[in-house]
Design a protein around this ligand. Structure first.
Ligand SMILES: [Zn+2]
Ligand SMILES: [Zn+2]
Length: 323
C-alpha cells in the first residue's frame, strides 16, 4: 500500500489500534489458532486429530478451541451421544476466512522451501483447486498492492467488546523449534500482525513503530529481527551516528498483502460494531473506496463460502453450518 503522507505515524498507529482488524488479530492472530483452522480446512475435525497434527498440549488446544467457539468461528457438532463425541466445524463466520486460508497457502507455497500441503480447497462450481484473484468490485481490476491507499478517520470509534476470555500468552515454545518461517508467523501473534500492518501503512522507523503502536522496545526489536531473518523486510541505513535504520517490506513481505486485505474485510464484516471504522482503503485506479470480490482463476466465476469445499480425500462440503 502506498503511504498516505497526510497522516503522521502516530495517527496511523492510532487508527490501526482502534480498527476492527486489531480486534480480529486478538481472535485469529495466534499460531495455534491458525493451525487449527488450517486443519479444519484440510478436513480434520476431531480433537485427537488436532493434537496429532499441531503438537500442542491438550490444555492449550482445549482453551483455544473453546475460545474459537465462544467467538463464533467454529462450533461443536455432536455426532455420537453415548459416549458423547463431537467434531469441530466452521460457522459461517469461520467459513468466511476461506480467502485468508487460500492466500496463506499461496504464500507458503511460493516462499517456503519445504512446500506446505497443497491447497485442498475446491471451487465446487468448476471443480478446480481454488486459486483466487481479488478484484475491485467497482472497476473489476486485480487489486495490486501499489494501487491501494488509505484514509484515516480518527473521529470514528470502533467500540471493542471485551473478549470472552483473557487469552493466556501461551505460544508455548513448542513452535520455536520450527525453523521454517511460514505466513502463520506473520500473523502468528497479535504484535507480529500489528507490526506487519504498520509496515503496510508506511511506518518505517523503530521509533515510529514504538510510538505509534505502543509496542515495547524489546518486543519490537524481536519482531523486526524475525522479519529480517525471514527476508520479509530489509533495512536501510538513514543515519550514521548513531546508526539508524528504516525498515521496508521486501517483495516476499509485500506479497502477503492480500492476506492482510482479506483480514481487513473479514474483520469489518464480522466484528460487531465495525460499521464505523478508522481506516478505509481506497482503490487508486478508479478512485473508489475499495470493496472486493474474490474470483476463481480457473472459471472466472465469483467465489463465496457456499461454493468452496475441500478436496476428494474427504469430499465433504464444508458449508454444513448454514440453516
Ligand atoms: Zn477499482
Ligand atoms: Zn471456478
Amino acid at each position: 500500500m502506498s503511504k498516505n503522507s497526510d497522516f503522521s505515524p502516530k495517527e496511523i498507529g492510532k487508527a490501526i489500534l482502534n480498527s476492527p482488524v486489531e480486534y480480529a488479530l486478538q481472535i485469529l492472530g495466534d499460531k495455534c489458532t491458525l493451525l487449527i483452522l488450517k486443519n479444519i480446512w484440510l478436513g480434520r475435525r476431531k480433537f485427537e486429530d488436532f493434537i496429532n497434527e499441531i503438537g500442542v498440549s491438550r490444555g492449550t488446544l482445549s482453551s483455544r478451541l473453546k475460545f474459537l467457539v465462544d467467538h463464533g468461528v467454529i462450533y461443536k457438532d455432536i455426532y455420537q451421544s453415548a459416549p458423547r463425541r463431537f467434531e469441530y466445524k466452521l460457522t459461517d463466520k469461520g467459513l468466511s476466512t476461506y480467502p485468508i486460508a487460500s492466500y496463506l497457502w499461496q504464500w507458503n507455497n511460493l516462499w517456503t522451501e519445504n512446500s506446505d500441503v497443497p491447497s485442498e480447497l475446491i471451487h465446487t462450481k468448476c471443480n478446480n483447486f481454488l486459486e483466487l484473484s481479488t478484484n475491485c468490485l467497482h472497476c473489476n481490476e486485480d487489486v495490486k498492492i501499489e494501487d491501494v491507499t488509505f484514509d484515516v478517520n480518527l473521529d470514528q470509534n470502533f467500540e471493542k467488546l471485551s473478549l470472552f476470555k483473557t487469552r493466556r500468552s501461551e505460544n508455548s515454545g513448542i513452535f520455536d523449534s520450527d525453523l521454517v518461517f511460514r505466513i502463520e508467523d506473520l500473523l502468528g501473534d497479535r504484535w507480529t500482525g500489528l507490526v506487519y500492518a504498520g509496515l503496510l501503512y508506511g511506518l518505517k522507523r523503530f521509533d515510529e513503530f514504538n510510538e505509534a503502536l505502543g509496542i515495547s522496545t524489546n518486543i519490537l526489536a524481536d519482531r523486526l529481527k524475525k522479519f529480517l531473518d525471514a527476508g520479509v523486510i530489509k533495512k536501510d541505513l538513514y543515519q550514521h551516528k548513531p546508526a539508524r535504520y528504516e525498515y521496508r517490506l521486501t517483495r516476499k513481505g509485500r506479497s502477503g498483502y492480500l492476506t492482510a486485505i482479506h483480514l481487513h474485510f473479514w474483520a469489518h464484516m464480522w466484528m460487531l460494531n465495525a460499521k464505523n471504522t478508522t481506516i478505509s482503503l481506497v482503490h487508486k485506479p478508479c478512485g473508489n473506496k475499495l470493496k472486493i470480490k474474490t474470483v476463481c482463476k480457473a472459471c472466472k466465476g465469483e467465489v463465496d463460502p457456499s461454493n468452496v469445499s475441500i478436496s476428494a480425500s474427504t469430499s465433504e462440503d464444508l458449508n454444513i453450518s448454514s440453516g
